[in-house]
Design a protein around this ligand. Structure first.
Ligand code: SF4
Ligand code: FE
Length: 477
């Protein structure tokens, strides 16, 4: 298993074409906007070497028997799934942001199931190719980006009817050595901190769209791949540095990945033209990733801790309404924890041997994630007070002319500096760059709310419920 330093060094060796503010970056790892997100991924490497977190962070590979980072593991039983949820909460709490590495883990697990199922029906050899690739990922302890979301153009039209055929990633040429793909994947979490990009289709496809039914993996610095980093609210604070950033250690990032005729050798192609399995791949990945939103419980822990701390600094922590609000925040946050543990505990074995989560419960969990963090954030802002958004900059506090007045008038129970620090952290989590991860990503990441409602309506056993009601009141039809 790599250490955090080895991970950083491994990224330095990559030559990614990354654009930010209209310019190509010379050093991705050292860029002040991206570096906090790299540090968050590095934490997934670091914790695997901590004795106290070993049980959650380290697993035994089912293909080599070696100790591996759980982020590269294929879940072998329900216990593995439960540990995955615990790992998400742990890292969310450690970083206070999106630590990005789950998408790759979820893509690997989904492919371990679906490549097997495709082979059974079509007599292909995708599972063998996939297992060879998996071994490579596990032995090198790589971070993979699981890339699913296409730009989609006119959402009312399927891929083959789009005016621009590149609105969904598709194969433009087939050769004896492999395929050439074109298109883009949007909102890619942790893209430029990844060694590998694993592409999957974004939705269930029909025969007319079989050129779009493609899944493959490429090294992230493959020729003809370009990354454009998305802006985040208050991202310039990362360039300024200092305590106005709120979270001084970590952050997340998303990027648009453009595939401008990228060559993929056959041994890295895990689905091509089997449109009848595109829906299954999407559903498996989505269910795993909806479980992964255990991360928000950990980030919620940080926000609740911060809200309690500012109440103390303001001298109101004993007020009954404050105590009640803190209880409410905890109740909401741990309800989310119940969901991600439940979908893991109710997991089951797939024909490939991989354990998958209970899809209904994973979708219910993620649906709650689209709501509860917003309420937790609202309560945190309520407790924090208006200073959260009216506080002057750190530089004003340091000013020889006015600093003394700010120190005097912004003093609460404790040192003014600490009061400002905790307010900036709440600002970061509910309005700033980490609000991308805690709020908007809670809404749209792993699929927008309506995607979960469709799955819930499909998966709920309505007939059973009707029959239970009918039996009790004597309806015999
Ligand atoms: Fe992982 Fe959560 Fe980030 Fe998704 S949003 S990659 S589940 S930390
Ligand atoms: Fe996400």
């Amino acid at each position: 298993m790599m250490t955090a330093d080895q991970y950083e060094e491994s990224l330095r060796k990559l030559n990614l074409a990354v654009y930010l503010f209209g310019k190509r970056l010379e050093s991705v790892v050292d860029d002040p906007v991206i570096r906090p997100s790299m540090k968050a991924v590095a934490r997934t490497y670091e914790l695997a070497h901590c004795k106290e977190h070993e049980d959650v962070m380290v697993a035994t590979s089912h293909i080599t028997g070696k100790r591996i980072n759980r982020f590269t593991h294929i879940h072998q039983n329900v216990e593995d799934l439960v540990k995955k949820s615990k790992m998400g909460r742990l890292l969310g709490r450690e970083t206070g942001c999106c630590f990005q590495r789950c998408v790759g883990m979820d893509a690997l697990n989904a492919l371990s199931i679906v490549t097997y199922d495709i082979d059974k029906k079509h007599g292909t050899d995708y599972n063998e190719r996939f297992l060879k690739y998996l071994k490579y990922v596990q032995e090198k302890d790589l971070t993979c980006d699981g890339a699913m979301t296409d730009p989609k153009g006119d959402r009312g039209l399927p891929p083959h009817r789009q005016t621009d055929p590149d609105m969904y990633v598709h194969v433009v040429e087939e050769t004896s050595d492999g395929i050439i793909v074109r298109g883009a994947k949007a909102h890619q979490t942790g893209a430029v901190n990844s060694h590998e990009i694993i592409v999957m289709p974004t939705m269930s496809l029909q025969e007319e769209d079989k050129e779009y039914a493609v899944s493959f993996a490429v090294p992230s610095d493959t020729d003809d791949i370009t990354y454009v980093i998305g802006r985040q609210s208050c991202d310039m604070r990362k360039i300024e540095g200092g305590r106005d950033q709120g979270n001084l250690l970590y952050g997340g990032h998303e990027a648009l990945i453009i595939f401008d005729d990228v060559f993929v050798p056959w041994d890295r192609v895990f689905m091509y033209k089997e449109y009848d399995f595109s829906g299954e791949l999407v559903e498996k990945f989505a269910s795993y990733h909806r479980q992964s939103y255990a991360c928000k419980v950990g980030v919620g822990d940080v926000l609740i801790g911060a809200a309690h701390k500012i109440a103390e600094y303001n001298g109101v922590e004993k007020a009954s309404h404050i105590r009640d609000k803190i209880v409410e925040m905890n109740q909401l946050n741990d309800t989310l924890y119940c969901g991600c543990i439940a979908c893991a505990a109710e997991g089951c074995r797939e024909p490939s041997g991989t354990y998958s989560v209970n899809s209904l419960l994973a979708n219910v969990h993620k649906q709650n994630v689209t709501r509860f963090p917003y309420e937790i954030a609202r309560l945190a802002q309520d407790i924090a007070g208006g200073l959260l958004v009216t506080m002057p900059s750190e530089k004003d506090f340091e000013s020889p002319e006015i600093g003394k007045w700010l120190e005097k008038y912004y003093k609460g129970v404790s040192e003014t500096k600490n009061r400002m620090r905790i307010l900036r952290l709440i600002e970061n989590l509910t309005l700033g760059s980490a609000a991308v991860g805690y709020l908007t990503e809670s809404m749209h990441g792993a699929g927008s709310p309506q995607a979960q409602r469709i799955m819930i309506s499909r998966l709920v056993p309505m007939k059973e419920k009707e029959e239970a009601a009918e039996k009790l009141c004597g309806i015999e039809e």
